[in-house]
Ligand binder design. Structure first.
Ligand code: V47
Length: 362
């Protein structure tokens, strides 16, 4: 209990440091962590729980990278379970998944061995052509952007500017995993490192693009690695202010080379949410991603600092079902999302990609 007051006292007086953040893991009373995170989330977001109407587009799962946590990647197009959409298939898919009232398409896929930046530019052009102009395109993880830069000899800033010109409004938070080089070396040795990820997001912010940040947790990383990851994001946010949301992504253990690790406990997951709310005092939203966590745990996380439950999805992402999520065909109505918020005594607010309230009613 004394830890709570000391730490909470520090929080009230100023920013929590690394040692204080580490001490939060030792709090055994989950009610204390819940109250601490809730007090902070209320001071930033009041009683609002944000959600949006969206769908995902995953153009391909054929990938040059061999991340050990990934259940989604395939080595080549002929392998069982592989897909790569051509431009017409992308247009058809968008027409199939789009529903009136949606405000966002989230695009993330893979780094395909046979595609260079021109394919990714064509994907954006095709999506922009078929979707209404009020649907924001949130596209490509920093890892994909890094590869576009390498395959084109264009700088990160040029790639991002080209994507922005073609209609990309914001970057999703994928590819961050855990920044610590000693962990990356083991789980994703061959892709953009933590510094590169941060540099890409910094460049995006500098040219006026908003972005999100993720953290893949519950595998071989320690609690200290998680705190260091959060502090690196907090430091960048101090400089740019460009992050809208932090998304703790729970490692799901089915069908990948790290399956033997199993998954984090509910207590560890909820502590991670609460502590991220306390540490990330300058990132306005903590997103709880239900296609990965499941609907019940997503709702519970609202009592541990989360204020955003993302979207309706419309059965359009496979990354998590392939990794063992119970949400095999993820799909929720706006009403379902509103009931999740109401169940915790919060008020659901439909938002667009930039956290503006959506007022139109269908
Ligand atoms: O970077 C891959 C993760 C991420 C597994 O910005 C896994 O709004 C758990 O970035 N278990 C991509 N996670 C998804 C992503 C995302 C998701 C939701 C919202 C937003 C946003 C971004 O998926 C990857 C990786 O960290 N991932 N495999 C797995 N087995």
């Amino acid at each position: 209990m004394s830890v709570f007051f000391v730490i909470f006292g520090l929080k009230m007086r100023g920013r929590i440091g690394r040692d204080e953040a580490m001490a939060l893991w030792e709090i055994q009373d989950m009610n204390t962590l819940s109250s601490m995170a809730t007090q902070i989330r209320k001071s930033i977001n009041g009683d609002s729980v944000f959600y949006n109407r969206n769908f995902h587009l995953e153009p391909s799962n054929v990938c040059i990278h061999r991340c050990k946590f990934c259940s989604y990647r395939r080595e080549c197009d002929t392998e069982t379970g592989a897909w790569t959409m051509n431009i017409q298939e992308i247009k058809d898919y968008c027409n199939e998944k789009y529903e009136p009232g949606m405000t966002e398409v989230h695009i993330v896929g893979s780094v395909h061995p046979g595609k260079d930046y021109t394919y990714y530019y064509s994907v954006i052009e095709a999506v922009r052509e078929v979707l209404p102009s009020d649907v924001a395109i949130k596209a490509f993880s920093a890892v994909e952007i890094d590869d576009m830069s390498k395959s084109s000899e264009k700088s990160i800033q040029e790639i991002l500017s080209d994507l922005k010109y073609r209609g990309v409004a914001a970057l999703p938070g994928g590819g961050a995993e855990i920044f610590a080089p000693e962990i990356r070396k083991q789980i994703c040795p061959d892709k953009a490192n933590g510094d590169r990820w941060l540099e890409i997001h910094k460049t995006a912010h500098n040219i006026g693009m908003r972005s999100n940040a993720t953290m893949l947790f519950g595998h071989i990383e320690s609690r200290a690695h998680r705190i260091d990851h959060m502090i690196a994001l907090r430091d960048l946010q101090d400089k740019t202010g460009g992050f809208d949301a932090f998304i703790p992504l729970l490692y799901k253990a089915a069908n990948n080379p790290m399956s033997h690790l199993g998954e984090a406990s509910f207590i560890e997951i909820l502590k991670t949410f609460a502590i991220s709310r306390v540490v990330l005092d300058n990132i306005p939203h903590i997103k709880s991603y239900w296609p990965m966590l499941g609907k019940k745990l997503c709702q519970l996380s609202l009592l541990y600092g989360a204020d955003d439950i993302d979207g309706t999805i419309n059965d359009s992402t496979k990354i998590y079902s392939m990794a063992g999520s119970g949400e095999k065909n993820p799909n929720m109505t706006a009403g379902d999302l509103e009931r999740i918020a109401a169940g915790c005594g919060y008020k659901a607010v439909e938002r667009d990609s930039f956290y503006n309230k959506v007022t139109k009613k269908l």
